[in-house]
Design a protein around this ligand. Structure first.
Ligand code: FES
Ligand SMILES: [Fe+2]
Length: 349
């Protein structure tokens, strides 16, 4: 069971052209997403209540959608505004309208109680519209439960194995150092997620900007319902000895970041939205940096789909938790707390 009172990413802003009606499924609920004439987005249930035909195969007429089976027309708030050949329209003839917002170059849909939709809860990702970064955005499908993908992102111990051939320098020694600093500094527990601030020191070179030694500061935030925000700032080696109480007192030599958003399509399918890029100063390396990360994300997809396939064939097998799974457990506590707060009172009774 997934959280409902939260914002799920349903596309990059550029995925929604002025004329399109874009289909997207969240938690088995089909949505029809389109732009109104003022440019803002609308999201309706993609199912005409008459004969259950998708509105996405219908037609956009101004700010409304017309079902192209028998012509029922629906406003952006879900009301039926026209039934051809019939005067009276019952209020029961309607589709569900979902709160939808465009922020950080992405579109977000609220799947829970519309009264609780709070735009302040949209995850603060670094998007393509952020002037400090040069981000390349993409997405792909993963045939796996969204939780398996969250687990993968919460625990970077998989990096030296899954990403042996892509993320250079992620050897056992550097992983051990990173894990040690994570243990030392711990993870900050946030209201809706967890955050780790750690050092990946003593890197000899870096696939992103060359044969330059660096100490990297890695700050990762993981927020419900499955949003991973990672920034890595590289400094001249030995930076930790030259640190002030608020962090490094010198400028970084390079920075890069990635944002990864997991949206559950069904219990065994997810959409993975992601971006990757250097800081704006390194914009000329944007395609190069994205290429490395993109290859790595395909490696994650491969291993997670293999895992989901096996789980599907042996549903009674249980996982075991090890020390490396601490961030996963911390995050799961937060997720479970938010989810139980959503349960209706009658269920508690
Ligand atoms: S199915 Fe949509 S109008 Fe009949
Ligand atoms: Fe990975």
């Amino acid at each position: 069971m997934f959280l409902r009172n939260c914002w799920y990413m349903v596309g990059w802003a550029a995925d929604f052209s002025a004329d399109a009606i874009v289909p997207f499924t969240v938690m088995d609920e089909p949505l029809a997403i389109y732009r109104k004439s003022d440019g803002t987005l609308a999201a309706l249930e993609d199912r005409c209540p008459h004969r259950l035909v998708p509105l996405t195969v219908g037609r956009k007429e101004g700010d409304e959608l017309r079902c192209m089976y028998h012509g029922l027309k629906f406003a952006a708030d879900g009301r039926c505004t026209e039934i051809p050949g019939q005067e009276r329209i019952s209020a029961k003839v309607c589709v569900r309208a979902y709160p939808i917002e465009e922020r950080h170059g992405a579109a977000w849909v609220w799947m829970g109680d519309p009264q609780k939709a709070d735009a302040a809860l949209i995850p603060p990702i670094i998007g393509p519209d952020d002037a400090d970064w040069a981000m390349v955005c993409a997405s792909f499908d993963i045939d796996a439960n969204a939780e398996l993908i969250s687990d993968n992102l919460l625990d970077l111990s998989h990096a030296p194995f899954v990403h042996e051939s892509t993320f250079g320098g992620s050897n056992m020694k550097s992983l051990k150092l990173m894990k040690e600093s994570e243990t030392k500094r711990g993870m900050a527990v946030l209201e809706r997620g967890v955050q780790a601030d750690r050092w990946h020191a003593g890197r000899q070179s870096n696939p992103y900007f060359g044969e330059v030694p660096s100490d990297d500061r890695v700050v990762s935030t993981f927020l419900v319902p499955g949003v991973f925000i990672l920034t890595i700032h590289s400094y001249a080696p030995g930076v930790q000895e030259r640190m002030g109480s608020d962090g490094p007192v010198e400028a970084p030599i390079f920075a890069r970041c990635t944002n990864q958003m997991i949206t559950p399509v069904s219990a065994t399918k997810s959409k993975f939205f992601y971006n990757f890029g250097p800081w704006a100063k390194g914009a000329d390396l944007k395609a190069h940096c994205f290429g490395i990360a993109d290859a790595a994300f395909q490696e994650d997809k491969f291993i997670i789909e293999a895992q989901q396939d096996l789980i599907g064939r042996s549903p009674d097998s249980k996982m075991i938790m090890l020390a490396m799974d601490a961030p996963v457990l911390r995050y799961n506590e937060i997720y479970d707390r938010l989810r139980s707060a959503e349960q209706p009172v009658n269920q508690a009774a």
